[in-house]
Design a protein around this ligand. Structure first.
Ligand SMILES: *[C@@H]1O[C@H](CO)[C@@H](O)[C@H](O)[C@H]1NC(C)=O
Ligand SMILES: *[C@@H]1O[C@H](CO)[C@@H](O)[C@H](O)[C@H]1NC(C)=O
Length: 239
């Protein structure tokens, strides 16, 4: 009887030790999941003393970022504290799924990358509520060149075609107003002016094309650059 008691006591003690070890590993596991998506590279594959350990071996680890990952067969049961290359190296399956990046206009961006999408700054980051998913965050500026708008103009019959002028690409509409128009808001005095109604003597012509009327005085469209003085530029151009 006392013998059985001792065996039971040892059994319980072992179970407790085992459980606390497990808890420790579960904690590690959680921590590892949080960083599992952007850690590529050989781990078990280049471990000193051989890549994989049979059974459970809590010393069978490789450093990963500021933590460790496991290359023992037991990590197959706890599932997510294995090193990213454990399955490929020790079992021969497909590598652990790694969170894919963010796909924008057919281009794949890795988690952690910061890039420009036209005039907006974007970050591809890990979804805080689901670490296995990537999430795209972008600023929400209205861009000066809008592919949809170009399409819309070109689908209509407006007598002119829109195009993507590459030097406007990546600028915001606000940039365009600020650097290209430069128009000051009219003063109160101007806003309070009354219209003058005139009886026109002559009927205005059906159409008028200054290129035909003054063929020697019309030059091609000039670029004012970021001069922000279209009002002066266009007026001076007429003189
Ligand atoms: C690892 O786990 C997978 C899925 O649970 C199982 O199919 C496979 O047999 C296990 N491999 C080993 C070596 O334990
Ligand atoms: C517009 O031009 C810029 C610069 O050449 C280019 O990067 C961009 O992809 C173009 N956008 C479209 C919708 O064609």
């Amino acid at each position: 009887m006392p013998k059985l008691g001792i065996v039971l006591a040892i059994g319980i003690l072992l179970t407790l030790v085992n459980t606390s070890l497990c808890d420790k590993r579960l904690n590690r596991q959680k921590r590892f999941i949080e960083m599992a998506d952007d850690v590529r590279g050989p781990y078990c594959e280049t471990k000193s003393g051989g890549p994989c350990c049979p059974g459970r071996d809590d010393q069978c680890t490789v450093p990963i970022l500021d933590s460790i990952c496991y290359c023992d067969m037991f990590c197959n049961i706890t599932a997510s504290d294995c090193c990213p290359d454990f399955k490929r190296i020790c079992i021969g399956g497909n590598p652990e799924p790694i969170t894919r990046g963010c796909r924008v206009n057919g281009i794949e961006y890795r988690v952690g990358s910061v890039f420009k999408n036209n005039c907006n700054q974007c970050t591809c980051r890990r979804n805080p509520s689901n670490p296995n998913q990537a999430e795209l965050r972008c600023t929400d500026e209205v861009c000066l060149v809008q592919p949809d708008m170009i399409q819309l103009v070109n689908n209509g019959n407006y007598g002119w075609k829109a195009a993507n002028y590459s030097f406007f690409w990546g600028k915001t509409l606000n940039d365009g107003v600020k650097y290209r128009l430069g128009t000051m808001p009219p003063s109160d005095q101007v806003l309070n002016m009354n219209p003058i109604i005139m009886d026109s003597v002559d009927q205005p012509p059906e159409s008028f094309d200054s290129r035909q009327k003054w063929p020697n005085y019309i030059h091609p469209v000039r670029d004012q650059g970021d001069c922000a003085a279209s009002w002066a530029f266009s007026t001076a151009g007429k003189l």
